[in-house]
Write a protein that binds this ligand. Sequence first.
Ligand SMILES: Nc1nc2c(ncn2[C@@H]2O[C@H](COP(=O)(O)OP(=O)(O)O)[C@@H](O)[C@H]2O)c(=O)[nH]1
Ligand SMILES: [Mg+2]
Length: 258
Amino acid sequence: MLLTASLVEIIVVLPTFNEADNLADMAEALWALPLPGLRVLVVDDASPDGTGAVADRLAGAYPDRLGVIHRTGKGGLGTAYVAGFRRALAEGADVVVQMDCDFSHSPSYLPPFIEKLAEYDVVVGSRYVADGKLDERWEKGRVALSLWANRYARAILGIRAEDATAGFKVWRRATLEGIGLDRIHSNGYVFQVEMAYVAQRLGYRVLEQPIYFEDRRIGRSKMTIPVKLEAAWRVWEVAVRHGRLTPAQRRAAQPVTA
Ligand SMILES: Nc1nc2c(ncn2[C@@H]2O[C@H](COP(=O)(O)OP(=O)(O)O)[C@@H](O)[C@H]2O)c(=O)[nH]1
Ligand SMILES: [Mg+2]
């Protein structure tokens, strides 16, 4: 795979639920990167704050640079990403980025991450490798819960990556094709764990790069305590569903249709 950033088609999938105050800044920060031709694909779930209208306005102003998938209601992060990934592959993306639309995942990491895809199948922005860091303003309880959730998922599934719940990832097209998005069933935050686990079981080369995970700039997290508790038992579902996957079960490439 040729990975000179200017020659590959990069699509950044941004799931949004109430990110009206972040979306335009986020799109501009992405377009300001030295990654010419980078495109943004917003997957909005009928956000009550009008994020969808902001996305439509951007798509109207920059039709070559931003697309929108409108879903009819809050359908969850996992299915939003799967819908976005499918569209990105159909549109011919060589590199597919997943990240939050709240500046927790700084766009500035993208150019070096994409360069690393020359040698790896997926690059993960990691809070828990050396030099990675959580926002200093997080209270102790929140840090502990995040660390615990991560250790729990890693222990049950045997995930080697230090940050098994990371939501900042840069995928090669071929990796998403091989994973087979039809195989992915998790919808909440376990989606991140399921993707990490399936990638590992299929033998893909995973590289973790340290990030400073800043607290979201504007708006509120959608991650509530009940959502986290549900995630805990869903990790077992992932274990049962994918525990026997081997590299021989990678899926075939997907055609570009758009
Ligand atoms: N489309 C869609 N996006 C969502 C949903 N839940 C969260 N998001 C978006 O996914 C990203 C991560 O969610 P966030 O609330 O920041 O979670 P946190 O980083 O764990 O606090 C943000 O860009 C949210 O707007 C959902 O149900 N549907
Ligand atoms: Mg966030």
